[in-house]
Write a protein that binds this ligand. Structure first.
Ligand code: F6R
Length: 622
């Protein structure tokens, strides 16, 4: 969380930095700030800092009132997701050193800040904020005063910091230098013609260049128009980053005619899932995961699978458990990443740990993956972000290719994670010869048909919108499901909580009678995810009973069911039909109406769809 941008080059620095922050606002929007270094002809260079609590627009309003006749020579900008200290002007970044000569911005948490703060205060330093970041500002100012070299100063400071941090800094008397450092937190470099960018994410500079360098762990980078880019380690030794080209463009980062990014991303799902599958099933019906860097023998050696993830990605993991166990007969556990390492799970060389992370930067998931690797388990990442930390540190990776997801609430990332997980499950089944080839091939045909069916669901969302608007005055909405419908219920509830700030809860339908049914009163909306009446008809019958139970207590039931399911239609108050598909693949379809339900209900309540309160898209703290 927190988005950071730095720039040196001939363009308007303030415009580049603000434009970058706008594209990174999904990472946090509690406050924003910039530090610009000006270098007027014939006068000493100087530093100006502007920062404001609230969304970026508040900062823009401040900047709009200023004299823009002189362009800055370089600058840095920050959009904050508060960790230490409330969102306020004084806690907003950048923070200045005591002598005002250097300004710094930060993403992450400096874990030993308490000790460093005490040490600095003992020497008379006065703190102006409650942030952990300010210790880095004072330390940097002190080190910069030693030799006036910002890179050297940053190197010395980094050796004193513990925790997770990306730092960017500028100095008042060095108008051609921005220095960055990273540990456990993302930082990429953008390479233009005589101009350089530093940012948390390529989205910040994609309007200007698609050429980038990914920095490694514990690296420091200096960008300068005169000297280009230099990279070194925290130990001061010269080093280098890894060049890559970004394969999407600015259009992907725009709303493209939709009211919100989330609406756009919901509509992109058929294409996104098709992209996940593209080239990964050959003409003979074999799943080809060559890029994953795991041999067939590696897959054969696995005797247990753990799936570890957070939030929506965790829900994708829950669905996958049903698929993997059914298709491969390998035991599969799903764990919340934030809990995983603390309960000392039993892992060894024959355990496959699948970490799922859209951003590839989620700290809880990263720590879980490191724990798994320490225990010698093999780690496969499913991620949407090429070159991010989680895929980089994993033994193997399968990218979901969803394209950039800007809305904080995840939609297309979830569906593409499901598609990628299905591929892994079916590949395991193929290489281990557990399932008959024709069975796997029948499921693969259905998987390939899924994008078309998702498109069909999207075309018929108007009744969902109407139901959502009808539910707008309610104080709670419950979601129930069985089997893979249970994680879908959890996901539907999470979307509604995030977007509408409403009490929404997902339950395994059979659990209701063990307690939660007491939440139901006259008119409570209950969304039921109903499995196909074909196939596992037992499941279908059971959920019909659950629908009857809640209706008997006054609930208004909205059922998501397969087209032509007359039994459900005769019991539910409202019905949303989805095309027929095998039960295990149904979440690819049944999730979509729930996404739309959340967006519409939240819109009716006047909520901010793309940037719900208190959230950030990339959660880089534990
Ligand atoms: C919910 C949502 C979050 C993320 C979670 C994990 O809509 O987006 O719950 O799924 O923070 O993020 P990643 O997948 O980036 O690790």
């Amino acid at each position: 969380m927190c988005g950071i941008v730095g720039y040196v080059g001939a363009r308007s620095v303030v415009d580049v930095v603000i434009d970058g922050l706008r594209r990174l606002e999904y990472r946090g929007y509690d406050s924003a700030g910039v530090a610009l270094v000006f270098n007027p002809d014939g006068a000493d260079s100087y530093l100006e800092v502007d920062k404001k609590a609230g969304k970026l627009a508040n900062l823009e309003a401040v900047l709009a009132e200023q004299d823009r006749s002189l362009e800055a020579a370089c600058g840095i900008g920050h959009t904050r997701w508060a960790t230490h200290g409330v969102p306020s002007d004084r806690n907003a970044h950048p923070h200045l050193s005591a002598d005002g000569r250097v300004a710094i911005i930060h993403n992450g948490i400096i874990e030993n800040f308490g000790q460093l703060r005490a040490e600095l205060e003992a020497t008379g330093v006065e703190f102006l904020s409650d942030t952990d970041t300010e210790v880095a500002a004072h330390l940097l100012g002190r080190e910069y005063a030693v030799d006036g070299d910002l890179t050297e100063a940053m190197t010395r400071v980094c050796t004193r910091l513990e925790g997770a941090f990306t730092l960017l800094a500028v100095a008042a008397d060095d108008p051609d230098t921005v220095v960055g450092a990273r540990r456990n937190s993302p930082l990429v470099v953008g390479l233009g013609e005589g101009e350089y960018f530093l940012a948390s994410d390529v989205a910040a500079f994609i309007a200007y260049t698609t050429e980038a360098i990914e920095l490694g762990q514990d690296q420091i980078v200096t960008i300068s128009r005169a000297d280009g880019i230099t990279v070194r380690g925290f130990d001061g030794e010269p080093s280098e980053g890894k060049p890559f080209s970004v394969d999407w463009d600015i259009a992907a980062a725009e709303k493209g005619g939709y009211d919100t990014f989330m609406a756009k991303e919901i509509h992109e799902q058929p294409q996104a899932v098709a992209d996940t599958l593209r080239g990964r099933i050959d003409e003979a019906g074999q799943i080809v995961l060559d890029e994953v860097r795991m041999s067939d023998q590696d897959f054969r050696d696995i005797d247990k699978v753990f799936i570890v993830a957070c939030g929506t990605s965790y829900h994708a993991g829950l669905v996958t458990k049903y698929a993997i166990e059914h298709w491969t007969r390998i035991p599969c556990e799903v764990e919340l990443a934030s809990e995983f390492r603390y309960r000392d799970p039993v892992l060894d060389r024959s355990t496959l740990v699948v970490v799922i992370s859209q951003s590839g930067e989620t700290m809880d998931t990263l720590m879980a993956l490191r724990h798994a690797k320490d225990q010698k388990a093999r780690v496969l990442a499913i991620s949407n972000t090429v070159g991010s930390t989680i895929p980089r540190e994993s033994d193997a990776v399968l990218y979901t290719r969803a394209g950039i997801e800007v809305a904080v609430a995840s939609t297309k990332a979830f569906l593409t994670q499901l598609a990628a997980c299905y591929l892994v499950g079916l590949h395991l089944a193929q290489v281990r010869g557990i399932k008959y080839a024709d069975e796997v091939s029948a499921i693969l045909d259905e998987l390939v048909a899924a994008p078309g069916k998702i498109a069909k669901v999207i075309e018929h969302l108007e009744p969902v919108r109407e139901m959502a608007r009808n539910s707008a005055g309610k104080d709670r909405v419950l979601f129930i499901g069985r089997h893979v419908g249970y994680p879908v219920a959890l996901e539907g509830a999470l979307k509604l909580k995030e977007l509408a700030y409403l009490h929404a809860e997902g339950f395994a339908a059979g659990e209701l009678k063990h307690g939660p049914i007491s939440l139901i009163e006259e008119g409570t909306p209950v969304v039921a995810i109903v499995p196909s009446p074909r196939g596992r008809s037992l499941l279908h019958d059971k959920i019909i009973s659950n629908i009857q139970e809640v209706k008997a207590r006054g609930a208004k039931v909205i059922a998501i069911c397969e087209e032509g399911d007359a039994i459900t239609a005769s019991h539910a108050d409202f019905v949303i039909e989805t095309p027929a598909t095998p039960t295990l693949l149904a979440p690819l379809l049944t999730t979509v109406p729930l996404q739309e339900f959340a967006i519409e209900l939240a819109t009716a309540m006047g909520r901010d769809i793309d940037q719900p309160r208190n959230l950030a898209k990339s959660v880089t703290v534990e």
